[in-house]
Design a binder for this molecule. Structure first.
Ligand code: SAM
Ligand code: SF4
Length: 453
């Protein structure tokens, strides 16, 4: 009899992609995915530890699962992802009802680990050796998994993530990624092109290339062709027939080359949206963060980007209340926001993470102050986002349909704005369809429009 698996994904797109791979591997092992946790024989938490809050969410869900397991003792619980990698077997001590802990680069071993658990081997034996140093990830398996994935006629996929590299070598002083995801390794160009071609042939229209810092693709610890930088890779992927929209994330400004920025002027299918995390507007804070650029260099790159592509939408990440951040430093961040007028941003209160340099900094900012600054930043960002979104009113824009509601359609522009439009019947649209919509209303997070004649 088939077993049912429920996968809960926390955090970033990297984790969403890993969850897809886990789902694919388990489906080959006879598991069926279910939408409700209560219907599952196996619950997998694919976790994130980038901020303290993200990690707390994992442990509070594990607490709830303890009660579910008391009622249903045969329930299996697995912890994957960054918390698993970071905490390792400590998780068993804190959460004795957990059966499997699997690190970020070992998800391919999950089916085998489940088999061994079924054969009554102990939890300790079936968990991966998380202490082992990182190895070159089995990139080849990404391709094999994609080749084996049957198309789903019920929910045809129109957009997909494609991993182009793993890990990170930047060691920003606040960040756990190099510890949880290992050193930076680039995937071979030929594999990436083959996977995108395969996806495009299956009808996928939008591709997002994924890496912690895609700008340094091919530069370090590469199994890739070292001659191919990210801008070259982007050009090659953009030329694959069927790729209607191309995106990428994430980018560290320090490695942003003119060649890459130029791609926005040259490639019609490269979406005019750049997520360029700045983290702070103060040079003193950037230095302590070990970010290897200044606010001046960041502003220069923004100007160049806008000269290549005037309509480009720029969004960012901001850490508020980094240790030692003075009121003056924070004013610099507010000033950068006013100068760039980001279309949107993800802003977070700084939190200490295990084994990072900044966790040992002594001049921590009081939580109340962090909270007040974050609120001030977000309030101003919301006003700017609304003003920027209002500029679209009256414009007719191209959108890709994402999902259908009873009487309206949710879609997205190349610039990454969500657009809702009314239509009847909605079912004349399928996710992935392109439509032209005239914008009639703007909110701070989305736009509303009418179908253009
Ligand atoms: N690679 C990207 C870059 O270089 O900017 C960042 C990816 S990181 C996974 C996502 C975001 O989490 C970061 O941009 C940062 O704003 C935030 N972040 C990371 N560590 C943090 C910490 N200790 N406290 C608060 N936010 C943090
Ligand atoms: Fe973390 Fe990004 Fe810095 Fe890498 S570049 S250490 S992922 S913040």
């Amino acid at each position: 009899m088939s077993k049912h698996v429920y996968i809960k994904t926390f955090g970033c797109q990297m984790n969403e992609r890993d969850s897809e791979i886990i789902e694919q591997l388990l489906s080959q092992a006879g598991y069926i995915s279910v939408a409700e946790q209560e219907d599952a024989d196996l619950v997998i938490l694919n976790t994130c530890s980038i901020r303290a809050k993200a990690e707390q969410k994992v442990f509070s869900l594990l607490g709830l699962l303890r009660k579910q397991k008391e009622k249903k003792p045969e329930l299996r619980i697995a912890v994957a992802g960054c918390v698993a990698q970071q905490e390792g077997k400590q998780i068993f001590k804190r959460m004795p009802h957990v059966d499997i802990v699997v690190g970020t680069q070992q998800i391919y071993q999950l089916p085998d680990m489940l088999l061994r658990l079924d054969r009554n081997e102990t939890r300790k034996e079936v968990s991966c050796d998380l202490e082992k140093s990182f190895t070159i990830p089995p990139f080849q398996k990404l391709l094999t998994a994609e080749k084996g994935r049957p198309p789903s006629p019920a929910a045809p996929e129109f957009r997909k993530f494609v991993t182009i590299m793993q890990g990170c070598n930047n060691f920003c002083s606040y960040c756990v990624v190099p510890a949880t995801r290992g050193r930076e390794i680039s995937r071979p160009v030929s594999d990436i092109l083959e996977e995108v071609t395969l996806l495009a042939n299956k009808g996928v229209k939008e591709i997002t290339l994924l890496g912690q810092n895609v700008n340094s693709y091919g530069c370090t610890n590469s199994v890739a062709d070292q001659q191919t930088g990210f801008a070259d890779l982007l050009q090659m992927v953009a030329r694959i027939p069927g790729v209607e929209r191309l995106r990428f994330t994430s980018s560290n400004p320090q490695d942003l080359s003119t060649e890459l920025m130029q791609c926005f002027a040259e490639l019609d299918n490269l979406c005019p949206h750049f997520h360029l995390p700045v983290q702070s507007g103060s040079n003193a804070v950037l230095k302590r963060m070990q970010r290897k650029y200044t606010r001046e260099l960041y502003l220069e790159k923004v100007d160049i980007l806008r000269s290549f592509c005037p309509e480009i939408v720029i969004s960012t990440d901001m850490i508020i209340g980094f240790p030692g951040e003075s009121e003056l430093d924070f004013e610099q961040t507010m000033d950068l926001l006013e100068t760039v007028r980001f279309h949107g941003s993800f802003s977070f209160k700084y939190s200490d993470r295990p084994n990072t340099r900044s966790a040992n900094f002594t001049d921590k900012v009081e939580d109340k102050v962090k909270g007040e600054r974050l609120q001030r930043f977000q309030k101003r960002q919301d006003q700017i986002s609304l003003q920027r979104n209002r500029d679209y009113i009256g414009q007719t824009v191209e959108v890709m349909v994402e999902s259908l509601k009873p009487d309206s359609v949710q879609s997205r522009t190349g610039s990454n704005h969500i657009v809702h439009f009314m239509t009847s019947p909605v079912h004349r649209f399928t996710p992935g369809d392109i439509a032209m919509v005239t914008i009639i209303h703007a909110g701070k997070h989305s736009l509303n429009g009418d179908l253009a004649a």
